[in-house]
Design a protein around this ligand. Structure first.
Ligand code: SAM
Length: 236
């Protein structure tokens, strides 16, 4: 995706990019490629691919949530900062927590947040199931892109949000996952969910945003769900 196409497509999401934001993305791209030359962060490295599959794709979160109204957000398994850092560039008021269990990735997150002078960003090098222990019911929004299978990522995400908060999972195809979701709504502590489906420009790749609201804020129940699901995850 060329820069002009990026600007046009992002405009369709309701975002009018400033010169400063474009510069921030340019710095982000250069740092990503530099760090990636010695430490693996992403297999997507061509500039037009990064702008489409990382930068634009991260911003599609706007289709699900009015981010101007969100106060604090956690991005679980953020990797090199997708979608969290991209969202923070365009919504600087957000208090952002970036969580990843891989310390090479969280080191990159330290570098890039400093380089971009981003304020109110907390970087945590931990597993979501550990960090959830002392951080339940804390966030308005919990997002993740391409981290784990549906029941696991839902169990890991719901404890972080306040009763009235939302979880948004950013995914590719979800045919099998939707079946699991429908069969386990109660068990997973879901009040209701919505799926927003669309295709990426240029490649036409399928994308789905799963927007989930939780039923109850029961810390013990939610924490037991994490333990149950993460045990299953670790044994896979
Ligand atoms: N969200 C990023 C993106 O879309 O480019 C990275 C996706 S990558 C496929 C999955 C990331 O989740 C990795 O960086 C991995 O270290 C992290 N991760 C996996 N399990 C995790 C866990 N239990 N807690 C925290 N991070 C985890």
């Amino acid at each position: 995706m060329q820069i002009n196409d990026f600007i046009e497509e992002v405009k369709k999401l309701g975002i009018y990019i400033s010169e400063d934001e474009l510069k921030q993305l340019e710095i982000y791209y250069n740092e990503l490629i530099e760090y990636n030359s010695h430490t693996n962060l992403t297999s997507i490295i061509k500039k037009e691919d990064v702008y489409l599959k990382h930068f634009y794709d991260s911003l599609t979160l706007c289709k699900a949530v009015d981010l101007s109204k969100v106060n604090n957000m956690i991005d679980i398994g953020t990797g090199a900062g997708f979608p969290g850092i991209v969202i923070k560039i365009f919504y600087p008021h957000l208090k952002l927590t970036l969580l990843d269990s891989n310390n090479k990735k969280t080191k990159f997150l330290e570098i890039i947040t400093n380089k971009l002078s981003l304020q109110d960003v907390t970087i945590i090098n931990d597993r979501a199931e550990n960090y959830a222990k002392n951080n339940q019911d804390k966030f308005d929004l919990c997002v993740s892109r391409a981290v784990a299978f549906i029941d696991i990522i839902i169990s890991l995400s719901l404890p972080f949000i306040k009763k009235e908060g939302q979880v948004v999972l950013m995914k590719g195809s979800i045919i099998n996952e939707k079946r699991i979701l429908d069969n386990h709504l109660n068990d997973l502590n879901i009040n209701k969910y919505q799926i927003i489906s669309f295709n990426l420009p240029i490649t036409n790749d399928e994308r789905n945003l799963l927007v989930i609201e939780k039923k109850d804020s029961n810390k013990l129940y939610e924490y037991n769900q994490i333990l149950k699901r993460s045990k299953k995850w670790n044994s896979q």
